[in-house]
Design a protein around this ligand. Structure first.
Ligand code: CA
Ligand code: CA
Ligand code: CA
Ligand code: CA
Ligand code: CA
Length: 395
């Protein structure tokens, strides 16, 4: 596909360029069609049929631009607008090209071609001088590093805020992969966790630098035995959850003083509805320390739910076709409990769809949003619906 890209870059005639783009998208769509007949796809689909609790998507984002390869969308993060929840956005990674900002109707607002970014996360009220800013950051495989940007609360656009390019020693993290933020209640400091395919995990402190910029410094290193990716921090409980793709989900101390001690939340073979890889992980917050840890079980196109307080397995669900096609082979996911406009009075769950199609026709990958109450009510007994608890102060 690379020659086409070079060709595109040199072209002056936009009409022909559009033709080339259409050709390459068609090529991708044709290859997706072939994948639908693939044995592993069919196997995952048959395993998905065993999952009982099912819901369907309410909104899908526009397809992710993909000029090469067949796998582009990866991980979403939800940003809560400080004044009007309906103006909140979803910031998604395109692992071939950069970060994309979508509104809650799924429309693309902005795109930033900043490299091969993989996982993305958001935190609020980072103090720079007298200003409180919201930050979005992602692992960036083009740099083998970390990209941090500021979210403009007026325009919802992303802006540069790093004082320097952050590259990570390739002998330590051979290929940066998973990423999440951790906002410490103990020190009020912000940290970035980043892992590499070699299993190493690094914790970096994010701090305000001169000229209203931010910088980072390495504060801790630890590891898991095989390839990790999805991570999420529970800010309230100072915990870090790490998905080890072929193994299961681990719980670590998220504080920089934490040691290597870890607890296994689940092994992929210990739960019938879990099929490797273990991918995206996020937290549904509710009052009194309640809530859930939600994990993508990629091998059977399903999601696993664990009790946030006890770590106990609650059950699984799947997202199947109704008005919008179902979700298959999810990498990253996220969830929010508070009201997010008229469509989502109880927040929503969002996941990457590895096989997006529109009216049965294969299309490029995207993200799909599901109203939280539908998921909660698909379980018996129902899951918690707490739309008033605010885990993040964002004003
Ligand atoms: Ca994320
Ligand atoms: Ca992965
Ligand atoms: Ca991924
Ligand atoms: Ca789909
Ligand atoms: Ca679709």
């Amino acid at each position: 596909m690379l020659p086409i890209l070079v060709f595109l870059a040199c072209k002056e005639d936009t009409e022909n360029t559009n033709e080339d783009l259409k050709d390459s998208i068609q090529e991708k769509i044709d290859s997706t069609e072939a994948i639908y007949n693939d044995e592993s796809y069919q196997e995952a689909l048959s395993l998905q049929r065993k999952i009982q609790n099912s819901v369907s998507a309410d909104i899908e984002t526009v397809p992710t631009p993909a000029l090469e390869g067949d796998d582009a969308a990866d991980d979403p993060a939800i940003w809560i607008h400080p004044a009007d929840p309906a103006m909140s956005t979803v910031i998604g990674t395109n692992k071939k090209s950069g970060l994309y900002v979508y509104d809650l109707e799924g429309k693309e607002l902005y795109g930033y071609q900043i490299g091969k970014v993989n996982n993305v996360d958001v935190r609020y009220n980072f103090k720079i001088g007298n200003e409180l800013v919201d930050l979005v950051a992602c692992s960036n495989r083009t740099l083998n590093g970390l990209t941090i940007m500021k979210i403009n609360r007026e325009t919802r656009a992303l802006e540069e805020i790093l004082i320097r390019e952050i590259k990570i020693d390739t002998t330590e993290l051979n290929d940066v992969y998973g990423f999440c933020f951790y906002q410490s209640k103990q020190s009020d400091k912000l940290f970035a966790f980043i892992n590499g395919k070699n299993g190493n995990i690094q914790q970096w402190e994010v701090f305000a630098a001169k000229d209203s910029k931010v910088d980072v410094k390495l504060v801790r290193k630890f590891n898991v035995n095989s390839q990790p990716e999805g991570m999420v921090a529970d800010d309230e409980n100072a915990l870090l959850y790490v998905g080890e793709e072929g193994h299961g989900l681990w719980k670590f101390d998220a504080e920089p003083s934490g040691n290597d001690d870890r607890e296994l939340i689940f092994h992929v073979d210990s739960i019938q509805d879990a099929v490797r890889d273990i991918e995206g992980v996020s937290i549904y917050y509710a009052a009194e320390g309640e809530g859930y840890i939600i994990v993508s079980s990629q091998g059977n196109f399903a999601y696993l739910i664990f009790d946030r307080k006890t770590g106990k397995y609650v059950g699984s669900f799947k997202v199947i076709e109704d008005q919008i096609d179902g979700i298959e082979e999810t990498d990253g996911l996220d969830v929010i409990n508070i009201p997010m406009g008229d469509k989502f009075p109880n927040g929503f769950f969002i996941a990457q769809d590895g096989f997006n199609n529109d009216k049965g026709k294969p299309n490029l990958q995207n993200f799909k949003l599901v109203a939280w109450e539908k998921i909660a009510q698909a379980f018996e007994p129902n899951l918690i619906i707490d739309n008033s608890y605010k885990a993040y102060s964002n004003k």
